[in-house]
Write a protein that binds this ligand. Structure first.
Ligand code: ADP
Length: 276
């Protein structure tokens, strides 16, 4: 992986789709191994474009992007990058190609040349990891949105990636599917996986190690969730809302209740209980 400790490194990267206007210019962003990074930003701020650079689906027009120390512009590095970085997109129907779950999960590692018995083992383990054991022979089209997204994650996990990039992967799920998926992502992070997650849900960003806010391709905020998500007025300027717990704790402070600004409901509950 080279001497560079960053797993993902945007160095003075600029990108333009049409050669005229830039989505981002001179962007520097370094993601160390093991970090859970959430990227927030208004629609059109460049989040998906940035994510596609991590999988080398797009290459910077100027500057460089390194993933695991490999330059995404070098064609001979693409297999290395794509076999170690898993991607999950917003709509699972755009990603699922096979009829049966086990074939879908096997698709990625098969393409990497993984053979039986290891292939079978990886498929079983990944299906179990996402909580779909017993569903191996179910048809993918008959699943709920949350289950389909779990299949996509299992497919990525079966490739044993060091890095998982999720681009609005929870956007189409109901609240239950969303919280189940967030629990799974939390477990993967705890097991050491590096996670880059694009989301517009503030409660999801609250679970990350670091939150970056993009605005028209520029990094406007970068810090811990506690730091970034409690800056309600700055977030509002960027068309984002502070988490509900944060808004409520600020209101309570205004009413004279001595609580700190909290970014999660659990934290606020704890603080309020301590006052009783
Ligand atoms: P976000 O994910 O934050 O909504 P995107 O990365 O999708 O932002 O888009 C950033 C900008 O790039 C937007 O102005 C969008 O219209 C433009 N854009 C996105 N995809 C394409 C494309 N395939 N061709 C041309 N312009 C695009």
């Amino acid at each position: 992986m080279g001497a560079d400790p960053a797993f993902v490194d945007f160095q003075h990267a600029s990108f333009s789709y049409d050669g005229a206007s830039f989505v981002f210019q001179d962007l520097n962003l370094s993601v160390p191994q093991g970090q859970f990074l959430c990227i927030l930003g208004d629609n059109g701020s460049g989040k998906s474009t940035l994510a596609k650079h991590v999988d080398a689906l797009l290459k910077p027009t100027e500057g460089s992007v390194f993933v695991f120390g490999a330059n995404t512009k070098e064609p001979e590095q693409l297999f290395f990058i794509r076999s170690n970085a898993g991607f999950v997109f917003q709509n699972p129907d755009d990603q699922i190609v096979a009829t049966l779950i086990e074939n879908e999960v096997a698709f990625g590692p098969e393409n990497l040349g993984v053979e039986n018995p290891e292939l079978r083992e990886r498929v079983q383990d990944s299906i179990q990891e996402v909580g779909l054991q017993g569903f191996q022979l179910h048809e993918t089209h008959a699943l709920s949105g949350g289950q389909k997204q779990r299949v996509c994650i299992a497919g990525a996990l079966a490739m044993e990636p060091a890095l998982l990039v999720l681009d609005e992967a929870t956007a189409m799920l109901d609240p239950r599917g969303r919280s189940g998926l967030m629990r799974l992502i939390g477990q993967l992070h705890e097991s050491g996986m590096t996670i880059i997650m694009i989301t517009h849900f503030m409660d999801e960003a609250a679970q990350a190690d670091r939150v970056v806010v993009l605005d028209a391709g520029t990094i406007r905020m970068d810090g811990t969730p506690d730091d970034v998500l409690s800056r309600a007025s700055e977030l509002q300027e960027l068309s984002l809302e502070a988490p509900f717990a944060c808004q409520l704790s600020v209101k309570l402070q205004e009413l004279g209740v001595p609580v700190p600004v909290c970014i999660t409901q659990d934290e606020l509950e704890e603080q309020l209980c301590a006052l009783l």
